[in-house]
Structure formats: C-alpha cells, structure tokens
Design a protein around this ligand. Structure first.
Ligand code: GLN
Length: 288
C-alpha cells in the first residue's frame, strides 16, 4: 500500500485546484443529445469556433470528427457522471459539462455510449472527439491521450455486504475475491495489490454489484459517487469508511488535435472559474 500514499497526497493536493468561484445562472439542457451509440464518421469536419463568449481572442478553426458536432465517448452506466435518463437520452455531470463546453465552442454535443475500456481508443482512432467518463488521469493514459485540467476528484472505495468480515482495505488481502470494472483504475490497483487471481472484472459497475449481491465476489472496488448510487439502489450493501485511493478526473483528447484540446481546456477553465461546473455537480451530488 505504501506506494499509494504519494499518489494519495498528489490527489489531495489537486483537490484544492477544483475550488470554484461564484455562481452563474447556467441553464443546462442535458438530454438534448440524440441516443446515438456509434459515431458515424463520414469525413473530417472543420468548424469555425463561433468566437466563444469570454474566450479572448480565440478564433482559430477547431477540427472535430463530424462538422458542427462534439462527439463524447463515454460509458453511460456510471451515475451520477453519465447515465441513461428516463426518456432514453443521456444525463449526468459529465454530460452537462460537455454540453456547456460544446455550447461555448458552437458545437452540438453527441454522446457515443460504449464500454469504458473503449473510450480512450475511440478518441485515439478518431471516432470521438473527447473521452469524458469519470476518466482518471494516469501516467499510462497520458501516453495515449492529452488531458485537460481536472474538473472533479474521484475516490476508489470498497463496497461490501453489510455483514461482511472485510472491515478495512487491509482485509482485502485475506484471500478475498474483488469485483472491478474492465480497464478501470480500480482494476489496475487491485490487480497490482492483490494479484489477478483475486480479481473478477465486469464490463460495468452494475454487473459487478450483481456479482457482489450473488456472493460471487466479496467486495467491489469502484469510484465513490457511483458506489453511493449503487448502494442506495441495492439493499444490504455498504461502503467502507476507508478510502482506497484519491484520483483526478479530466477530459481525454487526441494527441493529434491540440487545437481542440486547447479550445476544450479553455472552455472548461471558464466553466470552473464562473461556478458553472460546481453548479452542475451540486445538482447531482448533495453535500453530506
Ligand atoms: N475513474 C475510473 C477510471 O478512470 C473509472 C471510470 C469509469 O468506470 N467510468 O478508470
């Protein structure tokens, strides 16, 4: 566990960066995106940035996968960051922040829903413009995509049945089976710490929770906010007080599109500074 203290510290220091300013009256319309599951890649579209409000002198052309559209690669099974709404559209913190970013850039947001393990490759291979999926910044991922500044903090936590004998992180080492999600940092940390033999990986958090309820795994390691949503929706489960690791969420963008990266990053910086991001977060996460 020692190696994580440094990362934990780095994460905690970054939390202070997420401080937000005053509030503004942002009206967010989350579910306006079409329920498209595949990005129809026809040709490279070039969209003139419509002199983004308050974005200074930025008027350079922004290239996106599809003209006039910002394609967001995500896994819409990660509440409250991204999920499918009652009307079959998409909603959540990431969806709303991405909508605001798209608005600033004069683009329409389209959500490309896929497995979490595909969001980075979707951006790398030019199918989507941004990967926004409660996506943790890691050194390894930085080899594959560029990241914007961080807009949220995630904490890997441990979900167990209420009557579990797992009381702390250290108890996971007692020959337990741990459920994680494919391709996530939870998977990486747990397989590093406890070995592949003690890990079962699922395509999304909901499936890992079903396995926990069915006794197929002893614990699930997942990000704290989805963990809260899953525990609220399923009886007999609890989240251990011990935090496993603190991380930063950011938006991943192709290394070949620095123009888009800078435009998205500038828009995000403004949305953090004017309180819009905090306002969106507050809609979905109530302070304890
Ligand atoms: N934050 C975790 C990661 O980036 C999990 C994200 C997710 O499952 N959507 O690996």
């Amino acid at each position: 566990m020692k190696k994580y203290f440094a990362m934990l510290l780095a994460g905690m220091m970054a939390v202070s960066l997420a401080a937000c300013g005053g509030s503004s009256s942002a009206s967010t319309a989350p579910a306006e995106t079409e329920a498209e599951t595949e990005a129809e890649v026809t040709e490279e579209g070039t969209t003139e940035a419509e002199a983004p409000a308050e974005a200074g002198e930025e008027t350079a052309a922004i290239t996106t996968v599809e003209e006039g559209v910002l394609h967001m690669a995500t896994n819409a099974a990660f509440p409250p960051y991204e999920m499918i709404s009652d009307d079959g559209g998409f909603e959540g913190i990431d969806v709303e922040i991405a909508t605001e970013i798209a608005n600033k850039l004069g683009l329409e947001l389209v959500v490309d829903d896929m497995e979490f393990g595909s969001v980075i490759t979707s951006v790398q291979s030019g199918k989507s413009d941004i990967a926004m999926a409660g996506l943790t910044v890691t050194e390894e991922r930085k080899q594959n995509v560029d990241f914007t500044e961080s807009y949220a903090t995630g904490i890997q936590v441990i979900i167990v049945p209420e009557d579990s004998d797992i009381l702390t992180v250290d108890d996971l080492a007692n020959d337990k089976m741990i459920g994680v999600q494919d391709g996530t940092t939870g998977y990486i940390y747990c397989s590093d710490d406890y070995g592949e033999d003690h890990i079962t990986s699922y395509t999304n958090g909901a499936m890992a929770i079903e396995a926990l309820k069915g006794g197929k795994v002893d614990a699930v390691v997942i990000d704290n906010e989805p963990a809260k949503a899953f525990v609220a929706a399923n009886e007999g489960l609890k989240i251990l007080d011990t935090e496993y690791i603190v991380e930063n969420y950011a938006i991943g963008i192709s290394k070949d599109n620095s123009g888009l990266r800078d435009a998205v990053n500038n828009a995000l910086t403004e949305l953090i500074a004017d309180g819009t991001v905090q306002q969106i977060v507050d809609k979905y996460i109530t302070a304890e």
